[in-house]
Write a protein that binds this ligand. Structure first.
Ligand SMILES: Nc1ncnc2c1ncn2[C@@H]1O[C@H](COP(=O)(O)OP(=O)(O)OP(=O)(O)O)[C@@H](O)[C@H]1O
Length: 635
């Protein structure tokens, strides 16, 4: 840097006098000169100079050096405080001012001197001036016997909050040890108690020979300050793990778990809760917080390993049922519900339905003087979806979403993901019990802006009608082609209706996304897991019915699609069935729902849907970590 090579003579000329005349002008001045010289190399693109220049040019470095210079200057001046008792002086002045005749200036001065911030400032000043930084410790006693263990005396003020530590008895020695210190709890915040510390006394009572329960009793009875005498652990554990966030894929209730080391320290959670794992040192019990409650102290949750073990034990203890697992009861009862619908079915002339489809389903509408066609609302596709649990091919899909999920990971690692404007949109998936209004909301959203929102065109093996167009109502394919799409995992959902196969392919969704649009589709909840891929990054919205009395009111004129009636009004039992199914869906699949909308007032629900879809595309959301790391790896 000091080399003259290639330096502009003019700059050199400018620089020299300042270096010569101000050699002791501090680091800031030196930095300025170095930067000026570097500037010359910068323009010639000398290797590495840009980096160095940018570093030295950074505002933080300049600020730091300025602070350094100031400190140096004051150090040399050897400043001494004018008074070491500014607080007392201020009190004295306030006393005098009280006896002085009132004037606005005197009032103002009195106010300033009595301001709590100013008092705190003077107190800090006096502490520094008197160099009163450390608490005064009593001198160490002489002649401590060599054999005596070093003890630590810890005083904690309980203040109606739990101590935030658990204890256990050492199996061999019988010593009472601190088993774990809960993150964010009183003990951890004190920085004085560590896992492994041996308790000797609690409030002056020796714990030797006591059971952990007896010690806990002493602690529970203590009010205010608790004093511990402990033998510190030789090497306090260091938590070097990085913070991990996970989505709970199952629920956990510590009160119902007899194996938890300390029930009160347990953290209950529901499916779908996002947890911040703060400690994984123990292979069986982790410490975590809910992200909705980060201010509180952490709680104990079973580790991934422990939950999987519990799942396996439970799974093996169940009688064998094909395609069912831990959470199978709900799947079964949902299938039973569908059975009921089937029993009610009356075979009718398919043509009647097909010909009525076009007008009844309003697939065409006129918008801004142009005719649009909205695909994906055909009656046969919708009825097929409802019956899809029973189709023979569906078994493959149930296999993916059923038992596998039951024995799947209890926690899913997640990260905050924000879609970049240049990225493809995230797929929007609507889920809800039949009749709740999934299709109505989807249709309304698309009609709001058909250039922005679109459905995917489904596939079918049935033959094309005279008024249909391939790729508009459906992609018409042979049974072989359809099945090959299924077996190559290119179908998000599929099923059979009246002897024909119907389904929506990944490619059909991608076609919409590739056009820069937002693809909005409805799915049976069993299909969500299939759609949850890095390429589609689905945002799942659960459409939920409101309570029965509201539904009776709002659905007075609503119509359901059935196998045998075109326009059938909702009966009370339909609404009850919808509510029951919604509860079952939520209980089984809520971990996959990114957002929930109660569809009471249609306009409100539509506005909520629009806002949720906007947030999904534009604001950061929790997504599986694999979606993002794969992105990075590929990109
Ligand atoms: N909030 C609402 N208020 C009043 N009527 C509604 C509301 N939401 C939907 N509807 C009406 O309820 C009926 C059923 O809605 P929709 O066809 O969207 O159900 P769905 O959830 O798609 O059911 P399926 O999956 O069985 O097709 C329609 O007549 C629709 O207009």
């Amino acid at each position: 840097i000091q080399s003259d090579k290639g330096a502009d003579p003019l700059d050199k000329k400018n620089m020299k006098p300042s270096t010569a005349t101000n050699p002791e002008n501090g680091f800031s001045q030196i930095l300025r000169l170095v930067l000026r010289e570097l500037n010359l190399f910068y323009s010639r693109d000398v290797n590495g100079v840009c980096l160095l220049y940018d570093l030295l040019h950074s505002p933080w470095l300049r600020a730091l050096l300025k602070v350094y210079d100031c400190l140096q200057e004051f150090k040399e001046k050897k400043l001494v405080p004018a008074t070491t008792h500014a607080q007392a002086l201020s009190c004295e002045v306030v006393g005098i001012l009280r006896e002085t005749p009132k004037s606005p200036e005197i009032q103002e001065l009195k106010q300033i001197l009595q301001d709590p911030h100013f008092k705190a400032l003077l107190s800090a000043h006096d502490t520094v001036a008197q160099k009163d930084f450390e608490p005064l410790l009593p001198p160490l006693p002489d002649n401590i016997p060599e054999s005596e263990e070093a003890m630590r005396i810890v005083c904690l003020v309980k203040n109606q909050q739990p101590l935030g530590a658990t204890i256990k008895r050492h199996e061999m020695t019988g010593d009472i040890l601190v088993a774990r210190v809960i993150h964010g709890g009183l003990a951890e915040r004190s920085g004085l108690l560590y896992a492994g510390d041996k308790l000797v006394e609690v409030n002056g009572v020796s714990v030797e020979g006591l059971d952990p329960e007896q010690v806990i009793h002493i602690l529970a009875m203590s009010r205010g300050t608790i004093m511990f005498k402990v033998v510190p652990v030789s090497a306090p554990p260091v938590n070097s793990q990085k913070m991990v966030y996970v989505r709970a894929m199952m629920e956990y209730w510590p009160q119902e778990d007899p194996t938890i080391p300390c029930m009160d320290a347990g953290l209950p959670f529901q499916k779908g809760d996002i947890l911040q794992i703060v400690d994984q040192n123990d292979t069986l019990w982790w410490q975590a917080r809910k992200i909705s409650d980060l201010g509180t102290c952490a709680g104990l949750i079973p580790s991934n390993h422990l939950l999987k073990r519990k799942q396996r034990e439970f799974w093996w203890s169940q009688p064998y049922q094909p395609h069912t697992g831990l959470q199978s009861t709900i799947s079964i009862s949902m299938e039973e519900d569908d059975m009921k619908i089937d029993e009610k079915c009356v075979e009718a002339d398919e043509e009647t339905f097909e010909s009525e489809e076009l007008s009844e389903d309003k697939e065409e509408f006129v918008g801004s003087g142009q005719k649009f066609f909205i695909a994906g609302f055909r009656r046969s596709m919708r009825l097929c979806r409802r019956k899809s649990h029973l189709g023979p091919l569906r078994a493959g899909l149930c296999g993916a979403g059923g038992p596998r999920s039951a024995l799947g990971a209890p926690y899913e690692e997640v990260v905050r993901f924000q879609r970049r404007p240049s990225d493809r949109h995230r797929l929007v998936v609507l889920v809800g019990p039949s009749g709740v209004g999934v299709n109505e909301l989807r249709r309304q959203l698309i009609e709001l802006n058909p250039k922005h929102f679109q459905s995917a065109v489904p596939h079918t093996t049935r033959s094309k009608k005279s008024y249909e167009m391939d790729g508009r109502e459906y992609h018409y394919v042979s049974k072989e082609t359809f099945e090959s799409l299924v077996y190559s995992h290119r179908m998000l959902e599929y099923g059979e209706y009246k002897g024909h196969l119907y389904g929506t392919s990944v490619d059909a969704v991608q076609t919409v996304l590739d056009e820069g649009k937002i693809c909005v589709m409805d799915l049976e909840p069993q299909g969500i897991q299939v759609a949850r891929t890095q390429e589609l990054k689905p945002y799942v919205i659960f459409i939920k019915p409101s309570n029965m009395s509201c539904m009776k009111q709002s659905r007075k004129n609503a119509k359901i699609i059935t196998d045998y009636f075109v326009d059938m009004k909702f009966k009370d039992e339909d609404l009850q069935e919808m509510e029951d199914l919604a509860q079952k869906m939520e209980a089984q699949f809520r971990q996959f729902f990114d957002h929930v909308i109660v569809n009471d007032n249609l306009q409100d629900a539509c506005a909520q849907l629009l806002s949720a879809v906007r947030k999904a595309q534009e604001e950061p959301q929790w997504v599986p970590a694999t979606w993002v790391s794969l992105d990075t790896a590929s990109g």
